[in-house]
Design a protein around this ligand. Structure first.
Ligand SMILES: C[S@@+](CC[C@H](N)C(=O)[O-])C[C@H]1O[C@@H](n2cnc3c(N)ncnc32)[C@H](O)[C@@H]1O
Length: 533
């Protein structure tokens, strides 16, 4: 007979889920086959995993708890209950007996309790690492008005310990604990790396960090210990995630970045390990360790201007807990204060006690953030643009100056919900793009007047653009079949991105539709007026 153990809990799950429980019908259950049949009749398999977040929508919660109960009831049926239950296998009857109802409910409650306790203790355990890092930082001169905590959907984050005003310094990091290329120069690696033609200081640092992570005597041991074992960026996407990116920019970005890293790795290894095994122990320089270090540097490094005027890519302990936002509190932080020999993080907007304090990682698109950081921010990202590869109009044969600035710039589109002007001749699309296309069709000066010939050109332009974006829409992967709630982190990110791209293109197509309608209406009106006149 199955016991409560049939309901397992598991905290070894993706970081953005607080916990999950697994409901599994044990193969040792003497009624395995019968219960399996009952489960299948209700659309369940013998092993179901359900993920929970602390703030789930009540509707989802309701359906999920109902499903959990259905499964638990069946798993926990005793012989007599099962005997009578079989007759109702396919019926909607869900209740078997008082006792079965109570054991099913209790087993779910205790599994969730176990799961939460275990997940909290895991988080608290890792919080100790962050505490240790803060203490280490403070003993090295770090000043902070932030504390580190787990935040929903983003791992660790920095929370204001007190109300912070514009201009207040949230964090100050002495240069002495910033990880920069200076450390490579001081290490035993430099005599080898310094001789490699064209190697960048970023690559040297990356190789240095791969070894330093395992150095028990490292000055930065506490820092390395606080880093995640896995970064989950687009660089680690699996095949299924990649397949869900068909037709998107992210597919190109992830593929190119991975190819670049593979090529870089192959250029250095195994040669360095073969030639200098004492400096580059092969077990520390595997592809997996290399990828981990790349993800670390892409997702955690900052470009800092030092007092000598040099811009260096650095890892900055403690500051590395600051998450990114489209509406950040800290925007200017990239320059060492020469007088204090420290890096300071001042606020550009207030942050209240207990609120998460965000940084700006830069003006980055969601595809870039997914590829190199493994997330994309909530809210409308104005940098989510689709670049357009347009043919430049023929330059005037006698005068090159006929090319205007709008002809030379890189054109792009974004969700038309960002635009306020959806009138005729604008359609929520960038004027720079529309003017460029108008010029390509007719180099004579174009005016936005409701003349028949303008309207004919305008209609053609919109219809041509419509074809391009229609094709784009057709080429996106079909993600409808993916169960977003129950899939791996990478597939979820990939699907979310494809949905985002689709919504951008869809907004553009909608703008074209209403644009075409407006132009046709005006065209008919002109015709009617002409006939009347
Ligand atoms: C510099 S670290 C910030 C600290 C990080 N949250 C941690 O636990 O170590 C950058 C990483 O934090 C996460 N992150 C940053 N901003 C985020 C956001 N707005 N939403 C979700 N994850 C975010 C991403 O995993 C990113 O690669």
């Amino acid at each position: 007979m199955a016991t409560d153990k049939a309901l397992l809990y598991d905290t070894n799950t993706e970081t953005d889920w607080d916990c999950s429980i697994v409901l599994e019908l044990s193969e040792d259950d003497v009624f395995f086959d019968k219960k399996k049949k009952l489960l299948q009749n209700k659309g369940f398999s013998t092993k179901e995993r359900v993920y929970f977040k602390s703030s789930l929508d009540p509707k989802w919660m309701n359906t999920t708890v109902k499903a959990l109960l259905q499964i638990a009831r069946i798993i926990l049926l005793d012989e007599v209950e099962l005997y009578f239950a079989e007759d109702n296998g396919c019926s909607p009857v869900e209740y078997y007996s008082h006792k079965n109802e109570i054991v099913a409910l209790n087993s779910i409650i205790s599994s969730i309790d176990n799961s939460i306790t275990s997940s909290l203790s895991k988080k608290n355990r890792s919080c100790d690492l962050e505490e240790d890092l803060l203490k280490w930082g403070e003993s090295n001169g770090v000043q902070t008005r932030l504390q580190i905590a787990y935040v929903q959907g983003a791992g660790r984050g920095a929370i204001a310990k007190e109300d912070l005003k514009v201009g207040d310094m949230a964090l100050e990091i002495p240069v002495s604990i910033i990880i920069s290329d200076k450390l490579v120069h001081e290490s035993d690696m430099y005599h080898v790396l310094g001789k490699i033609d064209g190697i960048s200081s970023e690559t040297m640092l990356l190789l240095w960090s791969m070894k330093e992570k395992h150095n028990c005597n490292s000055k930065f041991k506490i820092y390395f210990d606080s880093l995640p074992e896995q970064f989950n960026t687009g660089l680690s996407f699996g095949v299924e995630a990649i397949m869900n990116l068909d037709g998107t920019l992210l597919l190109e970005e992830v593929t190119q970045a991975r190819e670049h890293l593979h090529a870089q790795y192959d250029e250095l290894f195994p040669t360095l390990c073969n030639d200098h095994p004492d400096v580059f122990p092969p077990e520390l320089y595997t592809w997996e360790h290399f990828l981990w270090a790349c993800e670390l540097w892409y997702s955690n490094s900052m470009k800092i201007m030092f007092s000598d005027g040099k811009l260096r890519t650095c890892l900055i302990p403690i500051a590395g807990f600051l998450n990114h936002s489209l509406c950040p509190h800290i925007m200017q932080y990239g320059k060492v204060d020469t007088a204090k020999n420290s890096l300071q993080f001042h606020l550009s907007r207030p942050c209240k006690t207990g609120e998460e304090c965000f940084l700006s990682y830069g003006n980055l698109s969601s595809s870039h953030l997914i590829t190199f950081y493994g997330f994309y921010p909530q809210g409308d990202n104005p940098y989510d643009v689709i670049p357009l590869d347009l043919d430049a109009p023929e330059a005037d044969s006698t005068e090159d100056t006929s090319m205007s600035d709008t002809d030379r710039i890189a054109h792009m589109v974004r969700g038309t919900w960002h635009s306020k002007n959806h009138d005729i001749f604008y359609y929520g699309l960038p004027s720079a793009l529309l003017n460029h296309l108008r010029r390509s069709r007719s180099p004579v000066l174009q005016t936005k007047t409701l003349l028949q010939e303008n309207l004919t050109d305008e209609l053609e332009l919109l219809e041509d653009l419509h074809v391009i974006f229609d094709d784009m829409m057709e080429n996106f992967a079909d993600t409808d079949h993916v169960n977003r709630e129950n899939t791996s982190w990478d597939v979820k990110l990939a699907v979310d991105f494809t949905i985002l791209q689709r919504s951008i293109v869809s907004s553009i197509l909608t703008s074209f539709h209403s644009g075409i309608k407006m132009v046709k209406y005006e065209f008919d009106r002109c015709m009617a007026e002409e006939l009347r006149g």
